[in-house]
Structures are given as structure tokens and as C-alpha cells.
Ligand binder design. Sequence first.
Ligand code: ADP
Ligand code: MG
Length: 440
Amino acid sequence: IWQELVENYRKSLTSPSFSAWIDPAKPINLQNNILTIELPSDLHKNYWEKNLAAKIVETGFELTGEEITPVFIIQDDEPIVTKTQKDSPVELPNIVKKNSKKALLNSKYTFDTFVIGKGNQMAHAAALVVSEDPGATYNPLFFYGGVGLGKTHLMHAIGHQMLANNVDAKIKYVTSESFANDYINSIKNSTSEDFRQEYRNVDLLLVDDIQFFADKEGTQEEFFHTFNTLYNEGHQIVLTSDRLPNEIPKLQERLVSRFAWGLSVDITPPDLETRIAILRKKADAEGLEIPDDTLSYIAGQIDSNIRELEGALVRVQAFSTMKGQDITTSLAADALKSLKPLKEKSELSILGIQEEVCKYYHLQLKDLKGKKRVKTIVVPRQIAMYLSRELTDNSLPKIGAEFGGKDHTTVIHAHEKIQQLIEKDITIQKEVNDIKQKLL
Ligand code: ADP
Ligand code: MG
């Protein structure tokens, strides 16, 4: 889309305007039909909003049949479309901010920005207790639940709060994948000692999404020792996962049992009231004027994932900026119209995709899920993995498991491979689209 767009602009603008306005623009991503474009200055943003946004929608629609909404961000800025923005509601002292940065905490994920509701009440309470008295109560504290429900947010909030209480607190936040990578690199570079220093000398260790420890023997071994050291010294450990420890495949028994020493709390999807409250808070934080009935409408459209809820708000906001209209329920309905199919997509199953792919290529399901390495099977298998990743909410390990117990890295690889093929090879592109059509 981007190339097509740029070509269009090149034709319709004089070349000095082209190099002044278009050249510096950088497409960031296209997600949920929102095209994020990075621009170097406010001036550029104004120009794009006024003169070029409509063209994006037009070209986008021509090429994809979907309504693409452009969102412009300024370099090193947050993706926010309105110009009238209040300061963020929480003002942490500068020194805390600095340390938070060092700990790689997201400054937006604080207790102040967290809305408490039925599904997360317990988790929130436990997080507060732990941040006030780290290492002394629930250790480890373990959050589990579906994607986009606030696990990472709460984890960071604990970190911020601890720093607010004690600016010298040493805090480390990592995803389980970075932990694994750091560990592997430390072996490669013979820097195991540094690795240990880094992970065992902290007051609070936050490890996110530990379900990805599955299958990583060496990393689990190392984490076991990290855990023991921290635990024995009374340092706090907080972990998250999409499920309970004993449901994580191939997680060592000794880790499972240690994780149960503390407190495990689940976070469940927010009810309508909580979703409205979350939207209200975000809208206020961004200085948006949105009537109550419109907020209820948006909250009614997206019922599980809070990240999607936020996405919907961004989308509505972008629509209102683009059309120069206030945010109303009918505008919101318009903005969210093309998101609807997304919801149905999540009801697709991996098996459904596999069966459709088999039908399309005249293959047997057992071959698709098997290990044969002939091209006539490998490509359809990768396409099925690609579609499972694109069109369902299943985690990578889950998708791998459904393909005869393959590793999640195989799924990542397949996804990348097909993505490249789709760009290069129109036959593949067409085949993938055909299958998609049949599925949706
Ligand atoms: P998870 O780690 O469970 O997948 P995140 O913590 O990344 O989910 O949350 C997804 C998004 O939703 C984040 O932007 C987060 O700030 C927001 N969010 C989640 N729960 C709440 C809440 N209770 N109040 C306000 N925002 C929330
Ligand atoms: Mg998370």
C-alpha cells in the first residue's frame, strides 16, 4: 500500500513538495486497518492531515477493499491523533521516572491508570500489597489470564510503586524470551557471571509471559537458580503467564512447585461497567470529549480484550479527526464497522484452518500436521500456520502443538516465510487470499 501511495503522491505533487512532505514520512505498521505513519514534525503532521489523509483512505480502499485509517505520529512521540492533550494524570517524581526507565518500565502502566473491576480486583490488591512490602508477603506473585487483560500493566505498576517508595530499589523487568536470550548470549560470550550479577542482584524481578519457558531446558535450569537466590534473600519475584504453572507444557516440576509457594491470581475479562470505566479514563487522559452513550456503545462492541478496547478508541479518535466531526455514537459505529469481522475471526479454530488448507491443496490432515519435508506439503503447512497466527488468538506454542507438537519457533519461522512469499510471489498471495476468503 505504502509504495502505491507514494507513487500516487509523486504523480500529483510537484517534486519540491514531494521531497519536503512525502520523503521524510515513514510507514510504521498496518494493524486492524490502522496505518501508522511516522513524521518528523508537527508541521508535517498538519500537512498530512489536511492534504493527504483522504488519499490514503481512497488508495487504501482501492487496494484492500478495507477502510484504512491513517494515524500520524511524530518521531519519538506516542501514537495520539488529537492535538489537545492534557498531561498524563500521574506525575511521578523525575528521579523515579529515570529509574523506571532504567528498569524498562512503561511510564503509562501505573496503579493510577489502572481501573479496578471484578475481573482484576484480587490481582490489583495483591499487586499493591507486594509493592508496599516486597519479598515479605506473596512471593512469588503469579498473575495468569488471557491476553490484553492487564497482567503486564500490573507488573509494571508494582515496579513504579516500589520505586516511588524507594528510589534506590533495583528492579528488573524482562519477558521470558529476553531472559532466555540473555542467558543464551551469556553462554555464547562467556559472560555468565555478568548475567548472574544482573539477574540475581535485584530487589524485584518481573518476568513476563513465562509460558514461553516451555521447551527451554537450559533456560529453566538457570531460572531455577535465579529464583532460588532471589527467594532466599527475600527479594520479590513477580511472574505472569497465560495459564497456571501446572498447565504450561514442559515446565519443570520443581519450577511449578516453587511458583506455587506464593500466590497465584487470575485476571478475567472485564464486565461492561469496567470497560466503560477504562474507556472513560483513557478518554479523559487524552482530553477527548466523548458522550457517555458513545462510550457505552464502544464498550459494548469489544468485550474481552482491553488492548482491543484501546485500539477501538484510537480508531474512533482518528475518524473524528479525519472527518473533522465530534465523536458521537454514529461516528463511533462508522469507525468500528470494519472491525466487526475481526471479532468473528477470533472464533475460527486452528483445526478449521487446517481443514480448509487441506481441502484447497488436496492434502490429508495427517500430512499437514506431520513431518514430511516435501515442498507440496511444507508450503501448505506453513500457510496453515501463518493463517492460524493471523486469524486466531491462539498463542504460538498452542499453534505449534496443534501441528503435531511443533516448537513455537517453527511457527514464527513459517509465519515470516509466508509473509515474505506473499510479498514476492503473486501465486502464493492469491492462494492465501483464496483460502482466507473461504474462511471468513
Ligand atoms: P496482558 O499483559 O495481560 O496481555 P496488558 O497489561 O498489556 O495485558 O494490557 C493491555 C492494555 O490494556 C494495556 O495498554 C493496559 O494499559 C490496558 N489495561 C489493561 N487492564 C487495564 C485496567 N484495568 N485499567 C486500565 N487499563 C488497562
Ligand atoms: Mg503482557
